[in-house]
Design a protein around this ligand. Structure first.
Ligand code: 5GP
Length: 204
């Protein structure tokens, strides 16, 4: 039996640097997992390549993918659709290769309910607590702004609930190292490897 790959989901609040961390991970030659290229209806930015950065779709094309159940998850983010084509993920995992998703938090929630055995990593901003302290103690912001900032910060922290690991993005290289270490550790989980030893014992 082919051992399945691990589904690794990197998510976190907007602006935390998920894209930067993901790009750094995949620029390292020893990275063994594969990146699942997302589909989106947003227009390509300068230098972005179809099939490498995203599969760029029209709204009609994207909605057809939704109808045909070809997305593992999708979300609307700042007026555009973003989603993970399910076929590639399934095929790659079945071949025993780890798949890495870098997606926003609504989508990660959907993956969690469909793929509870996935590895969910929350990328956290390094200075959230300092930010909160600063907002409160500085006292220069209007009460309303302080409130809305605090509530955004609190919501961001609460999102961690859904995740297995939290990685602080204090420095990109350190965040990448932590993520890769988590993946290594996850592969050593007793539940994942025990069956091998059971088989060994059966043979002897
Ligand atoms: P950007 O437009 O800057 O490339 O991405 C905007 C946001 O969409 C980022 O937070 C990114 O993580 C998220 N994103 C990229 N691909 C997907 C996807 O397939 N599904 C979901 N739910 N979010 C995605």
């Amino acid at each position: 039996m082919q051992e399945k790959g691990l589904l690794i989901v990197l998510s976190g609040p907007s602006g935390v640097g998920k894209g930067t961390v993901r790009k750094e991970i995949f620029s390292q030659p020893d990275t063994k997992f594969e990146y699942s290229v997302s589909a989106t209806t947003r227009l390509p930015r300068d230098g972005e390549v179809h099939g490498v950065d995203y599969f760029f779709k029209t709204r009609e094309e994207f909605e057809k993918m939704i109808e045909e159940d070809r997305l593992l998850e999708y979300a609307e983010y700042v007026g555009n659709y973003y989603g993970t084509p399910v076929e590639y993920v399934q095929k790659t995992l079945d071949a025993g290769i780890d798949v890495f998703l870098e997606i926003e938090v609504q989508g990660a929630g959907q993956v969690r309910s469909k793929f509870p055995e996935g590895l969910f990593i929350f990328l956290a901003p390094p200075s959230l607590s300092e930010l909160e302290n600063r907002i409160v103690t500085r006292g220069t912001e209007s009460e309303e702004i302080v409130k809305s900032r605090m509530s955004a910060a609190r919501e961001e922290i609460e999102m961690m609930e859904l995740y297995d690991y939290v990685v602080e993005n204090d420095r990109v290289e350190l965040a990448c190292e932590r993520i890769k270490s988590i993946v290594v550790a996850e592969h050593c989980r007793r539940e994942r490897v025990q069956y091998r030893y059971k088989k060994m014992l059966e043979v002897d």
